[in-house]
Design a protein around this ligand. Structure first.
Ligand code: ATP
Ligand code: MG
Length: 556
């Protein structure tokens, strides 16, 4: 056990691994992360990645990246590439241990033939409907297939012809011969192979029969000498079948399956089926839309990899399902960004301010700190002049009690600059405030009055001349309910999950290449990849406080 283990916290899986190493049952730990390349990885997968790669790192073993590529109709090279990129970005390295279930197709096929020879597998000609009906239910046993007692020779011949492509999709399957009356439905003669005339991203047209998840998965683990095969709780009922295969085949090793609770987050659906439907239904702008809980979406939104790892560490690994509040994730993101993000000023909803006593055509440079807790981050110069923009929300013509920001007659501090006072409000024909006529007090340079008078608010601002126009994209949860309905998710989609504002930012952000920054009083933002094409676009990674919870509670 290393220091890192202690830091990572202990959980029942780490306890099992530690005990297995201590007792000598295993010399070293081998885990795997086994994604099916049928979509992009999401934050739920990050939990599995951190666990599997984390165990290998903490206990000095290894973790394989294995693509579970047994269903060519849904799998694509794009997904394979995206998964590799995301695992690496999360900070993990499979080294030379990159594998595919398809690497083992020939071996898995040979083992199927062996089961046939041993009278433990048969070719079933029933239609999919007939098979479903004869499988029984949780309370009723299943019925034997009329094809269950075919001779080994006949089964071997038919299976060979299945492989040779003689039959259309769905015409026949190969099933294990276990027990149609078992209380565990997974043991009721599970399907081992189905016919699928489809092009596979790696094996092309070499195969037209593909092994089932259950038949491929455990055997792949055994081939790779995986010691601890860790999966989510829904596979608990598959464990007896996992072991049946290992017990009935001459596999080179005998892995053990352990199950842990999958990650669920409020107002978030972590299912590739749903995420795929969000993309194809154009509810979002691709797999990396910053509203998506995908690793690619979170990265584009500006979430650092260490914040994801920190979140996973904090929630821990348990055996009971639960739902984590999304506020917990935001907490980890803020924790990480607060330390690293430089401060800048940006006005999201600009309202023009004219300082009538500031000389026309003049300007001056003021000094602003880049990080309040990190002097090493230095300072920068910002331009101040007669015309500025402030946040429209920071002004109220008729302020309620306790509104301390700008209103006619009140005095406030502009950050790093001066005290200002408003004495006239200009409106357009519709009666909307379009400009404030103000004065500044030249004696308050730097933000303090020599006579000691105080103001109750400090506001951010930008120079009207020097600031740059920028599009600011604010993201809210994709679903309105804390527990959206996965089977009918469209009904629960939040119509205001994306708010697009045209604001103004400091010129220091001109290149659109900055890392995540904090716009003072507004939140953490990062330049969107679209910024590269000329116009500046910023994504709000996360707000400074949990404003969403308040909005949701007030029903608005
Ligand atoms: P989804 O339900 O999103 O379609 P999946 O289980 O079908 O996910 P796989 O590609 O098979 O997707 O998953 C790879 C690994 O990630 C599996 O071991 C799976 O158990 C794990 N995993 C998937 N979703 C979660 C989650 N929400 N929390 C923790 N682990 C997960
Ligand atoms: Mg799966």
């Amino acid at each position: 056990m290393t220091d890192e283990t202690i830091e990572a916290g202990r959980d029942f899986i780490r306890d099992i691994v530690a005990a297995d190493l201590e007792s000598g049952r295993h010399k070293s730990v081998v885990t795997r992360f086994p994604p099916e390349p049928n979509g992009y990885l999401h934050i739920g997968h990050a939990k599995s990645i951190c666990l599997n790669f984390g165990l290998a790192r903490e206990f000095g073993g290894r973790c394989n990246l294995r693509f579970d590529d047994t269903n060519p109709t849904k799998e694509e090279q794009e997904y394979i590439d995206a998964i590799k990129r995301d695992v690496q970005w999360l900070g993990f390295d499979w080294g030379k241990h990159l594998y595919h279930a398809s690497d083992y197709f020939e071996q898995i096929y040979d083992w199927a033939v062996l089961l046939i020879r041993d009278g433990k597998a048969y070719v079933d000609d029933q239609t999919p409907d007939e098979m479903r009906l004869s499988r029984g239910t949780l309370t009723e046993p299943g019925k034997n297939s009329p094809w269950r007692d075919r001779s080994a020779d006949e089964n071997a011949d038919l299976f060979k012809r299945m492989r040779a492509g003689e039959f259309p999709n769905g015409a026949r399957v190969l099933r294990a011969k276990i027990d149609m009356t078992s209380g565990n439905i997974n043991l009721r003669d599970p399907v081992l192979y189905r016919i699928l005339h489809a092009n596979h991203p790696r094996t092309g047209t070499a195969w037209c029969i593909y092994p089932s998840y259950d038949f491929a998965h455990g055997q792949s683990d055994a081939i790779e000498h995986v010691t601890h095969s860790i999966c989510t709780l829904e596979f608990e009922d598959h464990r007896p079948l996992y072991e049946w295969f290992l017990d009935n085949l001459p596999v080179p090793s005998h892995p053990h399956q352990y199950e842990f609770a999958r990650l669920n987050i409020t107002a978030t659906l972590l299912s590739k089926r749903v995420l795929n439907a969000l993309v194809t239904g154009k509810h979002v702008d691709g797999w990396d839309d910053p509203r998506m809980p995908t690793i690619a979406g979170l990265r584009r939104r500006g979430v650092p990899a260490d914040a994801i790892r920190d979140f996973i560490k904090r929630i821990g690994v348990a055996k009971a399902n639960s739902i984590v509040d999304s506020a917990q994730f935001d907490f980890s993101v803020r924790e990480s960004l607060n330390k690293t993000a430089q401060r800048r000023m940006a006005v999201l909803r600009p309202l023009k301010v004219v300082l009538e006593n500031y000389p026309e055509g003049e300007s001056e440079e003021l000094e602003a700190v880049n990080h309040p807790d990190d002097p090493a981050a230095g300072t920068r110069k910002i331009k101040f002049g007669r015309e500025l923009y402030i946040e429209a929300d920071d002004f109220m013509e008729i302020p309620p009690k306790k509104f301390f920001r700008l209103s006619p007659g009140s005095e406030v501090r502009l950050r790093y600059a001066y005290f200002i006072k408003c004495h006239e409000v200009k409106k357009n024909a519709a009666g909307e405030v379009i400009e404030l006529r103000c004065t500044y007090d030249p004696a308050t340079k730097g933000g303090n009055a020599p006579d000691g008078r105080k103001v109750k608010a400090t506001m951010h601002w930008v120079s009207a001349k020097q600031s740059l126009p920028a599009e600011l994209r604010l993201y809210n949860p994709l679903f309105t309910k804390p527990d959206p309905d996965g089977s009918n998710f469209a009904a629960d989609i939040n119509p205001s999950s994306l708010e697009v504002l045209q604001g103004r930012v400091e010129p220091a952000l001109a290149d659109g290449n900055a890392a995540v920054i904090q716009f003072e009083r507004q939140g953490y933002f990062c330049p969107d990849i679209e910024s590269k094409s000329g116009k500046l676009v910023f994504n709000r990674t996360v707000g400074l406080r949990d404003t969403w919870a308040k909005v949701a509670a007030s029903g608005g």
